[in-house]
Design a protein around this ligand. Structure first.
Ligand SMILES: Cc1ncc(COP(=O)(O)O)c(C=O)c1O
Length: 380
């Protein structure tokens, strides 16, 4: 049988949630599990989130964040009973009513959503009475402008909704980017205004993973970490190990074929790699059909565990749909079924998902989300 695997390490997710709690001890956590928990499988990771919630004095301090109502419905089907936040909000009045039914909290970022909320106010005590009111502070993606949000907040407050003012950073991965401070200032100004003109009870939420790490003075009532929960670094010049984050996904395979090539022989599609020395070449049965990016540069390597030692082995030739070739010349006695890690734990000598992302000109988020259902999935 094919040996490509994606192994999810739930202890890593619990550890990473602990890091968030350590960095933002006074904030509640909306743990982002959108896009199938950043590709890890929401059903796979839910036990880790539940374990962490149970370890808190008040388990309601952990809620889950999704992008859409469909993702919220899936969480309820899987048995998640605590709060859920839907960060894109609902797309129709029917969805708004469905949000009541499944007791989800919604972002409201535009006027039609306000109308739906006013036409059908959930009963007292319903979680849907809590609204995440989105402010555009400079990302220019979603949200009300600073000069229109007070009247929206007043309207919703008069209809007895509880409000959490929320916004999103555009550049929080780069702590020195000037827009960060502008966004924070706009957010603070609006928060002060809403508290004085609308309600003192308005809560606030600004920080994703990058903000949790880079802006400790902006944690407010709720932080919304995503990528750091899965052990990929959210910060431009820091690795996951620098931040004491553990990778939740190990992407692996086993050597399926070994060949000895002569100088001048070429490997794979396009004959892109030509041997400059006698080369021991190994093949693994995994490729872009499994989610490993085809576009990696010649810097790309995998780690191979052979006779208990770990070796860095360059990828040679083009990554294909189902197979990847690597140079095993420096491995003393390579064998069929030796373990190979495509991305995993840098502390164990593996390339990290962030390394692979840099070879592919993208970010860890995209690679994690784009892993396919094809590799065997393990949860440990
Ligand atoms: C509104 C919002 N909050 C939080 C997050 C989580 O961000 P990150 O994964 O960078 O922590 C996202 C991610 O896209 C988001 O869109």
């Amino acid at each position: 049988m094919r040996t490509a695997t994606r192994t999810m390490h739930l202890d890593a997710i619990v550890h990473n949630l602990g890091r968030v709690h350590h960095l933002a001890p006074n904030a509640n956590i909306l743990a982002m599990v959108k896009a199938n928990a950043y590709g890890h499988g929401v059903a796979n990771v839910l036990p880790a989130l539940q374990t962490f919630a149970d370890s808190l004095e008040d388990s309601n301090r952990l809620a889950l964040g999704v992008a859409t109502l469909q993702e919220a419905i899936e969480l309820r089907k899987l048995g998640w009973s605590h709060s859920i936040g839907v960060i894109e909000g609902v797309f129709s009045f029917d969805e708004w009513q469905m949000a009541h039914q499944i007791q989800a909290q919604c972002v409201i970022h535009q006027h039609e959503q306000v109308e739906w909320a006013l036409s059908d106010v959930p009963s007292d005590g319903s979680p849907t009475r809590k609204i995440w009111l989105k402010l555009n502070t400079g990302m220019n993606r979603l949200g009300f402008e600073p000069n229109e949000i007070t009247s929206v907040a007043k309207t919703l407050n008069n209809a007895e909704y509880d409000l959490i003012l929320t916004s999103h950073f555009a550049n929080a991965d780069d702590v020195s980017h000037p827009l960060n401070r502008k966004q924070i200032q706009t957010f603070n100004n609006v928060l002060v205004r809403l508290k004085s003109q609308v309600s003192q009870n308005i809560q606030a939420s600004l920080c994703n993973s990058e903000g949790v790490i880079n802006f400790p003075d902006c944690h407010y009532n709720w932080v919304r970490p995503g990528i750091m929960l899965y052990g990929s670094s959210p910060i431009i010049d820091k690795s996951a190990e620098d931040l004491n984050l553990r990778p939740a996904m190990i992407f692996g395979a086993k050597v399926m074929a070994i060949h000895h090539l002569q100088v001048g022989q070429a490997v794979g599609y396009g004959s892109r790699f030509v041997c400059e020395r006698p080369t021991v070449k190994g093949i693994i049965s995994v490729g872009y059909g499994d989610g490993y990016p085809r576009v990696v540069t010649d810097e790309a390597w995998v780690s191979v565990v052979s006779n208990g030692e770990t070796y860095q082995c360059p990828i040679i030739g083009r990554v294909a749909m189902d197979m990847i070739a690597m140079d095993l010349t420096n491995v003393p006695e390579p064998k069929i079924a030796d373990d190979v890690v495509l991305w995993g734990n840098a502390n164990l000598g593996h390339p990290s998902v962030d390394d692979v992302a840099s070879w592919a000109g993208t970010i860890g988020y995209e690679l994690l989300c784009r892993t396919t259902g094809r590799p065997i999935k393990n949860v440990t």
